[in-house]
Design a protein around this ligand. Structure first.
Ligand code: FRU
Length: 488
């Protein structure tokens, strides 16, 4: 597809319809997610160009995490340095002294040619605009690289905690403050794990363990460059945080996603039910500045609720990600009920909708050697370009193939992703979100996730084709729904 000025905004080819994208320009990290009178979403934004540069804090607001209202730039990049990633907090007790009641404070990296320091700014109008603290920076360690402060309230010690990255050292520093202005060093975590990378965009939070009243601390870290599949990806560690230091349960580095397009993940501060709601940037630094979208580049993942699950097959505690409910967006029902899948394809027309979701539990039938079954779901356009999701019972692997979508070629735009699902027996649970150029695959109730963007050359998606080889598979309660645009 070629650039085309004829489309109305939010109706261009490739434009996701229920995911957040900026109106125009280039977006990267979520940078300041906070609930205050609604969901406030700040993000790294270059409104002038479709490539990275001069990042400001873009801003959008939502009351349901699905319908977003674009707002003016909240913190513009200025002559003193570039406004990089950070976080936002609700200062309910006015610990900062900026307010007469409650107010919003942003904490972010000011990136200058010789060093990166941490600044704060406060908002007197509900987060629409911010005033920089006149005695910035609040943290200057005199390092050329030190960035992406994530600040949150640590109730047991009654103070603010900051996690900030030292990218080349592959360390996360922890600091504490009573007023957001004076910061005291507490401890550091790392280096650990994959060596050929830098650490960025930390996020430390408590996450509930499924089926218990327990919570554990989770440290999310962005690694770039040098992710196992190239470029950027998020890793996580599960452990304890006593208000001073973070200890990981084990030294295993676990990936949040088995695709290539889930980075700089951040969770909302002050979520109403204290739930852990995460949003990631659905792209990769290796190709994000050349993907064929116009006049915007990059989308955010669907917001996801995080929980922890004790692994049945591994000694560790694993992160689980489930998309927020999209039921309110469901429009047409394209399929509902059981389906027996064999070599004859089951075809489901998308009836002109390239934004949809489907859910099912797939159960291998005992008609052949059930360990050999292989299921494939092709999602195609009229020119037979496609993305494919499949599961191979012989290998115990889920796979996603985007190589037959022909609208974009790049050496780092890998076509194929896979993950071993040691937790799958004869049945596999799938929940898949498709949105024009976005694919999010949630396997076994969110235990394995693949986020992948894809670009068709010759028209939007038109149908799905399901089939099983080497033995049949029953799709129990298959549900396929089109989803309404949140931008119309
Ligand atoms: C991660 C990152 C951050 C930085 C921001 C700049 O994607 O490199 O470390 O703050 O992007 O836009």
């Amino acid at each position: 597809m070629t650039e085309n000025f004829c489309y109305p905004l939010y109706a261009e080819p490739y434009r996701p319809q229920y995911h957040f994208t900026p109106p125009a320009g280039f977006m990267n990290d979520p940078a300041g997610l906070v609930y205050w009178n609604g969901w406030q979403l700040y993000y790294q934004y270059n409104p002038f160009n479709m490539t990275a540069g001069y990042p400001s804090w873009g801003h959008a607001f939502s009351s349901d995490l699905l319908h977003w209202q674009n707002l003016p730039i909240a913190i513009p990049t200025g002559p003193d340095g570039q406004i990089f990633t950070g976080s936002a907090i609700v200062d309910t007790e006015n610990t900062s002294g900026f307010f007469s009641g409650t107010g919003l404070v942003a904490i972010f990296t000011l990136s200058k040619p010789q060093k990166e320091v941490q600044d704060i700014a406060y908002s007197m109008n509900g987060g629409v605009t911010f005033t920089k603290y006149e005695r910035n920076p609040v943290l200057d360690l005199d390092y050329p690289n030190c960035r992406d402060p994530k600040v949150f309230w640590h109730a047991p010690t009654g103070r603010w905690v900051m996690a900030v990255a030292l990218p080349q050292a592959r360390q996360i520093l922890f600091l504490a403050s009573y007023d957001l202005k004076e910061w005291r060093h507490l401890s550091h975590f790392g280096p650990v794990g994959i060596e050929a990378c830098e650490w960025e965009c930390p996020n430390l939070l408590e996450v509930p363990v499924e089926g218990s009243n327990e919570k554990k601390w989770v440290l999310l870290v962005g690694i770039n460059p040098g992710a196992p599949l190239g470029g950027s990806i998020n890793i996580y560690f599960v452990g304890t945080f006593d208000g001073t230091s973070f200890q990981s349960e084990d030294a295993t580095v676990r990936l949040m996603d088995f695709g290539k397009d889930y980075y700089a993940v951040q969770t909302f501060n002050s979520a109403p039910q204290d739930e852990a709601v995460a949003v990631g940037w659905a792209s990769n630094w290796q190709y994000t500045q050349v993907v064929p979208t116009f006049p915007w580049r990059s989308a955010f993942s669907i917001p996801r609720i995080l929980t922890l699950r004790k692994s049945a097959s591994d000694t560790g505690t694993l992160l689980v990600q489930k998309p927020i409910s999209l039921e309110s967006l469901r429009d047409k029902t394209l399929f509902e009920g059981p389906a027996l899948l064999g070599t004859d394809p089951l075809s489901i027309s998308l009836q002109g909708n390239a934004s949809f979701e489907f859910l099912t539990t797939l159960v291998v039938q005992a008609d052949r050697d059930k360990t050999q079954s292989r299921l494939t779901i092709d999602i195609l356009n009229a020119a037979s370009e496609k993305v494919t999701i499949g599961y191979d019972w012989a290998m115990g692997r889920i796979f996603v193939h985007r190589g037959e979508a022909l609208g974009f070629r790049h050496p780092s735009f890998l076509p194929y992703f896979e993950a071993t699902c040691a937790d799958t027996g004869s049945s596999l649970q799938l929940h898949v979100l498709v949105d024009h150029s976005m694919l999010e695959v949630f396997v076994n109730d969110g235990l394995h996730v693949c986020t992948a963007v894809f670009f068709l050359r010759d028209g939007a998606l038109t149908e799905m084709s399901w089939r099983a080889e080497h033995g049949s598979v029953r799709a129990a309660d298959l549900q396929v729904y089109t989803l309404k645009s949140t931008w119309k």
